[in-house]
Design a protein around this ligand. Structure first.
Ligand code: AMP
Length: 217
């Protein structure tokens, strides 16, 4: 299955992407994760992306698209993939459509995770990430046993620059302006599915899987 996950920052895309990709046995390709990895290892790509990410802006299309095109050509992505965080605007979606058509294929479904802005701010401003293993905690919803320390590996927890309230509000504006138009773009194609992304994580995965079931071939 070739699947795209869309939704505002904080909709739980990363978490759901992981579960859904594993249920469907397809690779999860997360542009945010690839950028963060490159920033933390100090590659040229990371240096180019860092300032945009810190401000909550989109990384320029030519940088992002080149990275995704290279990733989609890897062997594990040949029979299906789940894209998390890409496309993020209509020009990226158009490039993706053209690329897949050149490869004689197309997207099967675009799954939208629906949550409102206040819920997003509540979720993201409490989010803490482990510097060592990358596990995500939440000061209210999933606190570690000792504040600021990861239960799994004793690593130090930190708040991503783009998870601060002011940056979150900016990321929401960027989402509304640039990413929201994708909803109409894919609805026109007849491949958009929306699910309510509030409630317990396992219930959201259940909802996603039952919505996706009829697209599994
Ligand atoms: P995410 O983890 O998906 O919220 O992505 C974190 C940040 O990476 C975003 O705020 C952007 O700066 C950058 N990013 C991720 N995906 C894209 C994309 N498709 N286009 C441009 N920038 C992106």
């Amino acid at each position: 299955m070739r699947l795209v996950l869309v939704g505002p920052p904080g909709a739980g895309k990363g978490t759901q992407a992981q579960f859904i990709a594993s249920h469907l046995s397809i690779p999860k390709i997360s542009t945010g994760d690839i950028f963060r990895y490159n920033v933390s290892t100090g590659t040229e790509l990371g240096k180019q992306a860092k300032a945009y990410m810190g401000r909550g802006d989109l990384v320029p299309d030519e940088i992002t698209i080149a990275m995704v095109v290279a990733r989609l050509q890897e062997p594990d992505a040949q029979s299906g993939f789940l894209l998390d965080g890409f496309p993020r605007n209509v020009p990226q979606a158009e490039v993706l459509r053209k690329l897949l058509a050149e490869w004689d294929t197309r997207l099967d479904v675009v799954l939208e995770l629906v949550v409102d802005d206040d819920e997003v701010v509540r979720r993201l401003s409490g989010r803490r990430t482990c510097r060592q293993c990358g596990r995500i905690w939440h000061v209210l919803f999933e606190p570690p046993a000792r504040a600021g320390i990861c239960d799994d590996c004793n690593g130090e927890l930190f708040q991503r620059d783009d998870d601060r309230e002011q940056t979150i509000r900016h990321r929401l504006d960027v989402y509304a302006e640039q990413t929201q138009p994708l909803i109409a773009f894919y609805a026109d194609d007849g491949i958009l599915l929306g699910i309510d992304a509030t409630g317990p994580v396992e219930e959201i995965t259940e909802r996603a899987m039952s919505a996706l079931r009829r697209f599994i071939r």
